[in-house]
Design a protein around this ligand. Structure first.
Ligand code: P6P
Length: 347
């Protein structure tokens, strides 16, 4: 029997905490609570086509984007699963403009949870993989009091845990507490996440790139040259690369984590800070990829070193195999131009 068989998520987390005598077991419990929410969301995602849960709520989220019912379902499930366990002092969600306080009737904990309840939701109706992303910090304000925005606006370097659940051909939960990246596949027959990807390492160099090439006209000139470089033929450097872009960040990054690859959502004339959110998309994914041996930057600076200023802050993102990310950074540095010139609004 392989050593990973029947290693459940709960047992794996506890095994991990045994290596830290000072651990209280709190992180184990909150990650187990998260996995329960993931199972419930997975059930709904996998029958979305059968239950009248498709289509738009008619409402818009804080970013003016039309919200699918499944987005709000996942948002509500995560809050209901996580707000009473006594783990958190405050939460924040892509679907909520302001921080989410813990109801007064519940014990206030020492952790902070930021999450994107259902990323890639535009793919729900066409049965393309989507995902939940979560980021966990320890609070920085005094214990016992309600958490604040200050507890949320921490550098990604301070994360104590990060992870995602990808709802695809199977439901896989990937998490890290900084000691390895581990993947668990949900066995729906008995509702357990079983260890399926132990200590994942991303290849240092790849032959896959992920970017929305429809935005080519608006890109930084160095990025244009980089993409053209990837499309040239050179056997020694495995070029041309393969282009793979699902339009669902969790699916794209999960594939690149396992196979190697670089995922890019750059700034451009229309997205002057990129499109993806720092706190609950880029930071958690960056902790995972860096822990797996990869690299994540905004084109110049490590994502995890960015000091956030607002909750729904956006950032350009270049993430994946270390050599590939460093190369695109070099291409853009060579074409360094003033951002005024580059981002002057030509539209
Ligand atoms: P575009 C999904 O809406 C998302 O936030 C990410 O999951 C995905 O990578 C990106 O946007 C796709 O954006 O502009 O290429 O359609």
């Amino acid at each position: 029997m392989s050593k990973t068989q029947f290693m459940t998520l709960a047992r794996h987390i506890i095994e991990g905490e045994k290596r830290h005598p000072e651990a209280t077991g709190e992180l184990s419990r909150l990650l187990s609570d998260l996995s329960l929410a993931a199972k419930i969301i997975s059930l709904e995602v996998n029958k979305a086509g059968l239950v009248d849960i498709l289509g738009f709520t008619g409402g818009n989220n804080v970013h003016g984007e039309q919200v699918k019912k499944l987005d709000m379902f996942a948002h509500d499930i995560l809050i209901r699963a996580m707000d009473h366990g006594g783990h958190f002092c405050v939460m924040a969600s892509e679907e909520e403009e302001n921080i989410i306080h813990i109801p007064a009737r519940h014990k206030i904990g020492k952790y902070v949870l930021l999450f994107d309840p259902l990323d890639g939701s535009s793919n729900i109706d066409v049965n393309i993989s989507i995902g939940t992303i979560f980021s966990i910090y320890k609070r920085v304000t005094p214990d016992g009091m309600p958490g604040t925005l200050e507890d949320c606006l921490q550098q990604g370097l301070n994360q104590v845990a990060a992870g995602y659940i990808v709802y695809g051909s199977s439901t896989i939960l990937v998490y890290t507490t900084g000691e390895g990246v581990h993947g668990f596949t949900l066995d729906p027959s008995f509702g357990e996440f079983l260890l399926s990807h132990d200590n994942i390492k991303i290849p240092k160099k790849s032959h896959i790139y992920s970017i929305n090439e429809g935005n080519y006209l608006y890109w930084h000139p160095g990025l244009k040259k980089y993409i053209k470089y990837l499309q040239e033929e050179d056997e020694k450097t495995e070029r041309p690369y393969s282009s793979r872009y699902v339009g669902s960040m969790v699916a794209d990054i999960h594939r690149n984590l396992l196979y190697g690859g670089i995922f890019m959502y750059p700034a451009d004339h229309r997205h002057t800070n990129g499109k993806l959110r720092l706190m609950y998309e880029c930071n958690p994914m960056s902790m995972i990829i860096e822990t797996a041996g990869g690299r994540a930057s905004n084109g110049k600076k490590r994502i995890l070193e960015i000091q956030p200023e607002i909750l729904h802050e956006k950032t350009p993102l270049f993430i994946g195999s270390e050599e590939d990310v460093r190369m695109v950074e070099e291409f853009m540095a060579k074409e360094e131009i003033s951002s005024e010139v580059y981002f002057s609004n030509k539209s």
